[in-house]
Write a protein that binds this ligand. Sequence first.
Ligand code: GLU
Ligand code: MG
Length: 637
Amino acid sequence: MGLLSQGSPLSWEETKRHADHVRRHGILQFLHIYHAVKDRHKDVLKWGDEVEYMLVSFDHENKKVQLVLSGEEVLETLQEKGERTNPNHPTLWRPEYGSYMIEGTPGQPYGGTMSEFNTVEDNMRKRRKEATSLLKENQALCTITSFPRLGCPGFTLPEFKPNPVEGGASKSLFFPDEAINRHPRFSTLTRNIRHRRGEKVVINVPIFKDKNTPSPFIETFPEDDEAGKASKPDHIYMDAMGFGMGNCCLQVTFQACSISEARYLYDQLATICPIVMALSAASPFYRGYVSDIDCRWGVISASVDDRTREERGLEPLKNNNYRISKSRYDSIDSYLSECGEKYNDIDLTIDKEIYEQLLKEGIDHLLAQHVAHLFIRDPLTLFEEKIHLDDANESDHFENIQSTNWQTMRFKPPPPNSDIGWRVEFRPMEVQLTDFENSAYVVFVVLLTRVILSYKLDFLIPLSKVDENMKVAQKRDAVLQGMFYFRKDICKAGGNAVVDGCGRTQHGAEPAAEYTLMSIDTIINGKEGVFPGLIPILNSYLENMEVDVDTRCSILNYLKLIKKRASGELMTVARWMREFIANHPDYKQDSVITDQMNYSLISKCNEIANELCECPELLGPAFRKVKYSGSKTDSPN
Ligand code: GLU
Ligand code: MG
């Protein structure tokens, strides 16, 4: 989840005192990097995925499943036996926000050849097997985006009662601090976000109104004034960073061949974020209730919203410098490539001094405003030992601000003195239950980048429309019900029209005519006379590529999954989970998910992930090439 420094974390008051220092030196560090590697090109495509996992424990007797707070120990063993023993170990492991979470990536990045697509799933299986082998009896490694009873009494093992006191990290009524990873970065982030904001974070997710759900649905918190005021009727109320950052996702990072290719990909993929997020929807349940959303995005966004009342526009500006329209975890606010410039239609708050400084240093307007926008934020954590750095050879202050701007896309300059190139990270996807699905989504996105570059595709639309798409994408069943703004003509150099510097045609057309509302089915699968569809484009690209039969077969299976999820022939994980709960014999149609129901659901998810049962409505007919049995549990139920 970002920069991990060791040392003594400072309080918010102390960190705030150093905020200008961190920003000033962060910019100097960025400039050093930029000047050293701005002309670097001919890097090759490399890429990697990140999968976040939860550790769960089944109590078969009492039909209960809990999150196990042993992430730190499991991680330590994974690193000890893996990367520290063998630099070529096939997996890498990192901590994540929850003490019940770990994050796994391939040991080495994948390269640019087609056959690499055939190794992704194997590597994900290795990760699952490796981590599972360290778990105790009745424990399992799950790739679920949000744990349905996160924040319900006794949701962790060992159990802890939340202790909502000022001296703690979250001060949550529901999420105990013991569920936060013990690395000081995570509790410090939690506490400093709350202190900077001046109150606890507030997350209100609309509840799904079933037949017997009380209407209005109102929760009372007699012992807590703050919660009483913050919670909204007909919403599920949550009050801690853990409700957001305690969720899991699937991310992909690409190395581009040059800075300009990275900027181009950053922009193009930004428009794809809401589409793929809706396609990957996997998080319909929060704090033991059925919600009316399918994706985690807005929940995490609210869970780390450190803006003060002034910055949120609720009070006149007095102590703060700007009104800020979004949380630190949100969609991007500006395109970075020249072609994107005319679609930058969102008001961009920037640090003007930093912007001017960057221009003076020879950085162009688009990149300068991007960085100056990221740098309106304060550092959230700072370690006493890490205040004074060597700006020419370190980048911690730059990374401090950069890595706490959790946006849909991240533009990543190379680390100082490394052979890594310019990279972009694609961050909106929800994690899927199986390695097959996760591979499918990852391969789909990576292939899309190949096609964007080879065919010089252009998906750009005004960024405000991408933001509207982000809102639609999180709604229940957005994949089938939602309509999304999408560019009609995605082939850049078309017809005999004058081609401008970006290769885009200039017919003098109104920008409004460039895009229209489409369903995800149309965007992904195409519609005669309306849009060619991303899958048909990928297929025609694949036809022209030399691909071995086995790899082709895997890729086709992956694309088939995406295609069918888009058309509704297969369900998203979110839809499948909703139906599982709706059909559960204990469900009272009151939007409540009990311990037993949660146990049945997570048991089923675990069986599916370990291929102990089929799930054709989610995955299609079984066609697995290799059988895997990495489960530590007896088949529950
Ligand atoms: N878990 C977060 C999410 O679901 C991402 C944390 C990270 O940036 O690694 O988006
Ligand atoms: Mg992560």
